[in-house]
Design a protein around this ligand. Sequence first.
Ligand SMILES: [Cu+2]
Length: 140
Amino acid sequence: MPAVEIGVERRIAVVRRFSQLFLVAALAVVTLLVLGASPARPAAAITGRAQATQVTVVMKEFHLVLSVRSVHVGPVTFRLVNRGHLSHDFKIAGKKSAVIAPGKHGLLRVRFRKAGRYPYRCTLPGHADAGMKGVLKVTR
Ligand SMILES: [Cu+2]
């Protein structure tokens, strides 16, 4: 074989090798992007669709009974169930639900960004003073 042809073949082989390396590198980058850069983050942070913690709040005259005493930082859905004979609402972390009629239920979604103690209350006149209040602990 003439020397010129050997040179061309070698060059083609080098180009092939580089394109294979490039493909492997590109696949690695795509894989990292799909999986998310940091494996320490929870799955919810990678998908961006954090699963909200559910807390049931039973409303009665005159107290609010929460299904848990504490939640973690992040989105929380309060499921409000009025088992009383009067209308009630639920306010926490500056967010307030609609007024829930007796026998009805509603939802309040709150995102807790910091750990701490968050007071909650029913804002209807006199209800908190009569006992419809408490404190929810939010932890890291
Ligand atoms: Cu009330």
